[in-house]
Design a protein around this ligand. Sequence first.
Ligand code: PLP
Length: 320
Amino acid sequence: MEKLTVDGVFEAADRLRDLLPPTPAWSYPVLDAAVGSRTIVKHENVQPTGAFKVRGGLNLLATLSPEARAAGLITVSTGNHAQSLAYAAARSGVSATIVMPRSTPAGKVDAVRAWGARAVIEGADMAQAAEFAVGLAAREGLHFVNPGNTPAIVYGHGTVYLELLQAHPEIETLYLPVGSGSGLAGALLVRDALAPSTRVVGVQASGASAAYESWRTGTIQTVEAHTFAGGLATGTGFELPQSVMRDRLDDFLLVSDDDLRHGMSLMATAAHTLCEGAGAAGLAGALADPARPGIVGFAVTGGNACASEMAGLGRVAAGV
Ligand SMILES: Cc1ncc(COP(=O)(O)O)c(C=O)c1O
């Protein structure tokens, strides 16, 4: 397994400079009051695909071998990684196939097709969809992209936190949503190089704790995923990000689906921002942290709330 270094994040930032403008980071007084600390919110929800994952896809496509480009890509995802590869492949003139489990909301399938990718709906969950994708890759000679264990993707995702910590070195605790852990691994590389005194805390849904359990036990764990927050519901730990998290992560918190819904509602009312469940996990972690966080930073990692997430948000905001 490749050993990841922060240089990969710096190189990714150079590649992305002409492809994506830096995203804004703002503070909101009402949110500061709710968190009890100054809070800096980085807006990845304004990316062209609505999520930070576009950075990983674009960095991957920029570094792909000519053979893989010619073969075409295949990956597995329910949402934002899917849109990221579909978008990046279309920009580079590479064909992309995305295998999505049957539970994927129709809007997410439509979004992938709208970027020009082939969407194949297979499998009851991510594990079955992944197995199907690996088989299809072998049958059709496609280049399989593992969503969590691909260095170029981790490096691309790390650029969120490079921008954030360069602009706001005063952040004392950074909270990150965790699914595969690719964003968290990138953030840890950056933190160690740029802001060693900043605490980094991972946040996952208590109903989908595979990355948390893998980190806690030091071995890759598979745990059934039961959460409405698709981006957090990977069902398994991933070796590459875990190899970075193992010795460097300061803390890892589990939050409930209600905590995530409350975070979504607070972002809507206090920070004028629609986020999906996974995108609210940073805020939910800050609110749940028993430690004093000091100045808080987190990214709204995605704004792709599906219809049922928006309906749940409406109920929480109305207090019913
Ligand atoms: C909006 C959002 N936030 C967070 C995550 C978790 O990111 P990672 O898989 O890098 O841990 C995802 C994953 O898809 C996501 O879509």
